[in-house]
Ligand binder design. Structure first.
Ligand code: HEC
Length: 128
């Protein structure tokens, strides 16, 4: 019969001293992050729902245009981040009303209101 230990010994290839200092560094970093959050939270709280709605809307484009429009260099994806806002909106409207021919975007843009397309154009233009 094979006996397996009920509790595995805690072992680190870098030794217990490293584990202690790494733990302390992680706790300090977590505290610093928490302090930063509480500092900016009051300013953010009011527009948080609108910001989340915009991000959720933009996430619907992420499959093909990358997270926040940041297409990976060398990929076939079209990068949207940082394109001029009026260019983005004019292209979205052109797709929607058939002025610009497309394989996909003419269908996608019909699923959004004019206001949503304006929000998307502003969001992607603001990404760097
Ligand atoms: C299923 C993949 C897919 C999704 C999802 C998608 N796109 Fe596209 N997008 C494309 C493709 C492909 C093109 C190139 C035109 C075409 O053939 O449809 C394009 C082109 C564009 C362009 C023109 C870019 C340029 O340089 O002229 C804009 C603007 C754009 N998309 C915005 C969006 C927005 C905003 C969303 C989210 C609402 C979105 N796309 C979602 C695939 C997608």
């Amino acid at each position: 019969m094979i006996h397996l230990p009920t509790a595995w010994p805690s072992w680190s290839p870098r030794g217990p001293r490293f584990e202690r200092t790494a733990g302390a560094a992680r706790r300090a970093a977590a505290l610093a992050a928490l302090a930063l959050c509480t500092a900016v939270a009051p300013a953010r709280a009011a527009d948080e729902p609108a910001r989340l709605r915009t991000r959720a809307l933009a996430a619907t484009c992420a499959h093909c245009h990358g997270t926040e429009g940041q297409a990976v260099p060398g990929e076939a994806l079209v990068r949207l981040a940082g394109l001029p806002q009026d260019y983005l909106l004019s292209q979205l409207m052109a797709f929607r009303n058939g002025q610009r021919s497309a394989t996909i975007m003419h269908q996608i843009t019909r699923g959004y209101s004019q206001e949503q397309l304006e929000t998307l154009a502003a969001f992607f233009a603001a990404q760097r």
